[in-house]
Design a protein around this ligand. Structure first.
Ligand code: ADQ
Length: 494
């Protein structure tokens, strides 16, 4: 596909649609500056758009009301176009904070008891999806490929079918897809399934989520014909390919530079050369932060010889701070940190360092380098990019990855130490194992993990997804052309 894209004739564009804008904008003394927003989807796709060019359609947040409706971004070195969809405050509140984050998010992570099935949320979800579909219709030219992202926009593919019957549409679902009996609880389950099946291709991170989706369609969507072996659904006279395509990262941007190494040595000195366990997350109840802290506390009880010799650094970026469940979660994490530190702190040692803010990648990498152990223990996660970033940064092979078996990444990264994040005893003992692991075993495990993470990077993932659109006899020659390929200048990997 990489080669095929490079050979393609004629420029066709890639249009990406997501709820979140890839950048926030800040007015400084020198004018507006763009800052990349934090989150898995943006971390993965922004480097691709920067390299390929194209258009990104996203919802405009209220702080950006003064900026034009489209911009060439990033402002400092424009490489693609950002088009904003304006929504009213109430629409964002019901569509995003409500239906997306208090219905679909908990449902898909198997927290169905946290769902708020409210009709007003649903109404604005429908409306916001329709507005997004209209904007995509306006932003696209015939022949463009439209790539819709995530659960916020599940109805868009079906809506685009009516607006742009000839367009090629793919949708990537970034979170888990739950078992049929859980998705079946959703009062609007049929609308959602029909919405997704408007796409030519729907992809999930791993086979488990794909299989849950196919099972849900066959159980709850009358008239749909599912072929699980071929990964195909026939519905209303159309066919949709369904695939498992694990997301990767932009490996290059996690390769440590001399400056990262210098900074990591500084960090290690600041931590008095103690061993370091690291957690890095968007603050979310699905990430299992409280359970992880409890496991660290238990580890200190079970392995007292590590007291004063180890520090747990938890970096959490504030997230969805308007949703009550997240406010409650923030308090609960702070309470747990306080209790464990209160129990174990000595004159010269505080066991947990809690950093509650977003860090730029250049500051995150030194933490990845200094960490003897990365403890990635979500209760449920579509994939989890932090696990892959840690591996990519770990060129020397000295680190150990402990990974929840409930993260999609565990299906990819089998040489990690896999744990059940709810089993506090198991996680505590695995910490003991990881901190005592011999260098040779660490290096061997890390080498295997790196082989997979480096090979299946984010560009591989994009090609696989766009490949879904060229199936069914459509030649790869109609694929979007990365920047430079159409005029004969070299493009990455072409
Ligand atoms: P997220 O739930 O946002 O993504 P994840 O995959 O872990 O989760 O990505 C988080 C990203 O934010 C990473 O790139 C990480 O480096 C960054 N990040 C986290 N904490 C940070 C901090 N304090 N400062 C700066 N950056 C920080 C969703 C799904 C995942 C899926 C991704 C991509 O929930 O399962 O892997 O989409 O598909």
């Amino acid at each position: 596909m990489r080669a095929a894209v490079g050979r393609a004739q004629g420029r066709r564009g890639l249009i990406v649609a997501s709820f979140r804008s890839p950048y926030n904008f800040r007015l400084t003394a020198g004018g507006w500056v763009s800052e990349r927003t934090v989150g898995g989807l943006v971390s993965a796709l922004e480097p691709v758009l920067k390299q390929w060019g194209g258009t990104w359609v996203a919802v405009r947040s209220s702080e950006h009301a003064d900026l034009p409706a489209h911009l060439d971004v990033p402002l400092e070195q424009p490489s693609f176009r950002l088009v904003w969809v304006g929504l009213k405050e109430r629409e964002v509140s019901h569509f995003y904070h409500g239906f997306s984050n208090r219905v679909l998010w908990p449902l898909c992570h198997d927290f169905w008891e946290r769902c708020h099935f409210r009709q007003d949320y649903w109404r604005d979800y429908l409306g916001a999806n329709a507005r997004m579909a209209q904007s995509l219709g306006k932003a696209s030219a015939p022949g463009d490929w439209i790539w819709v992202h995530d659960y916020h926009l599940a109805l868009v593919p079906h809506m685009l079918r009516k607006l742009l019957p000839k367009s090629r549409v793919a949708l990537f679902w970034h979170i888990p897809f739950p078992p049929a009996e859980i998705f079946g609880l959703l009062p609007w389950r049929r609308h959602l399934l029909r919405g997704l099946l408007g796409a030519d291709g729907v992809a999930f991170h791993v086979p488990l989520w794909k299989n849950h989706f196919l099972e849900t369609v066959s159980r709850y969507l009358p008239g749909a014909e599912v072929d699980p072996d071929a990964g195909r659904v026939l519905y209303e006279g159309r066919q949709t390919w369904v695939e498992a395509i694990p997301i990767g990262i932009d490996v290059q941007s996690y390769q440590p530079t001399a400056e990262h190494v210098r900074r990591s040595l500084q960090l290690r000195r600041g931590l008095r050369k103690r061993q370091v366990i690291l957690g890095v997350d968007r603050l979310d109840y699905t990430k299992g932060i409280v359970q992880r802290l409890e496991a660290f506390g238990r580890f200190l009880q079970l392995y007292p010889e590590f007291k004063r010799r180890v520090v747990f650094v938890q970096i959490a970026v504030p997230s969805r701070t308007r949703v009550p469940e997240y406010v409650e979660m923030t308090r609960s994490i702070e309470g747990t940190v306080g209790r464990i530190n209160g129990q174990f702190t000595t004159e010269d040692w505080v066991p947990i360092r809690y950093i509650y803010r977003s860090l730029p990648t250049s500051e995150l990498i030194p933490y990845y380098l200094v960490a003897d152990v990365a403890l990635v223990s979500p209760l449920r996660d579509g994939m989890n990019l932090v696990a892959k970033e840690y591996v990519a940064a770990n060129a020397e092979g000295k680190g150990v990855l402990i990974l929840s078996e409930f993260a999609g990444a565990a299906q990819d990264l089998k040489e990690a130490l896999l744990v059940n994040p709810l089993n506090v005893e198991e996680v505590a003992h695995t910490l003991g194992l990881a901190l005592r692991m011999k260098l040779a075993e660490k290096a061997e495990r890390m080498a295997r993990l790196r082989e997979r993470v480096l090979r299946r990077d984010v560009f591989w993932w994009v090609e696989q997804n766009l490949g879904l659109l060229s199936r069914e006899g459509r030649s790869a020659a109609s694929a979007p052309v990365p920047r430079g390929a159409a005029d004969g200048s070299p493009s990455r990997g072409a």
